[in-house]
Design a protein around this ligand. Structure first.
Ligand code: ZN
Length: 134
């Protein structure tokens, strides 16, 4: 398990490396899906107005998991920055499309929508994290 302080240091340096100038927050589970552990948020009405990245506390289970989820969200940011428009008719446009996948390959992560099964925290790791943050 990674301490939140260590994770925050890693996040700060990684964001600096990729020119990501939005805040990154830790939250409790983000959605119903256990395999969604991060969220890239932008202002819905603007073509390009990034807001923040949210990471589930569960990403603290292991460094490879934290790295994967952070880089996945950074790829959304880079895709958004390059393509501009990410929303149309109130819906997200092709957010895991070819340009997103191109960025994943560039930064060296598997271009999946959900966290790959081999990176998922074990039950014990999840329980330890929940205990620590409660
Ligand atoms: Zn995504």
């Amino acid at each position: 398990m990674i301490s939140q302080a260590d994770a925050e240091q890693y996040i700060r340096l990684t964001c600096k490396q990729y020119g990501v100038h939005i805040p990154v927050y830790f939250c409790m589970r983000l959605t119903q899906s256990k395999r969604t552990m991060g969220f890239y948020r932008f202002h819905k009405r603007n073509a390009f107005a990034p807001r923040d990245i949210r990471l589930s506390h569960e990403t603290l289970a292991s460094f490879p998991l934290l790295h994967h989820v952070l880089m996945h969200e950074i790829c959304h940011y880079l895709d958004n920055k390059e393509r501009g428009k990410m929303v149309g008719n109130g819906r997200r446009l092709n957010c895991h499309g070819p340009n997103f996948k191109k960025w994943c390959r560039k930064v060296g992560i598997v271009p999946t929508t959900f966290v790959p099964k081999n990176l998922m925290p074990t039950k014990e790791q999840s329980a330890a994290i929940r205990q620590k943050i409660s």
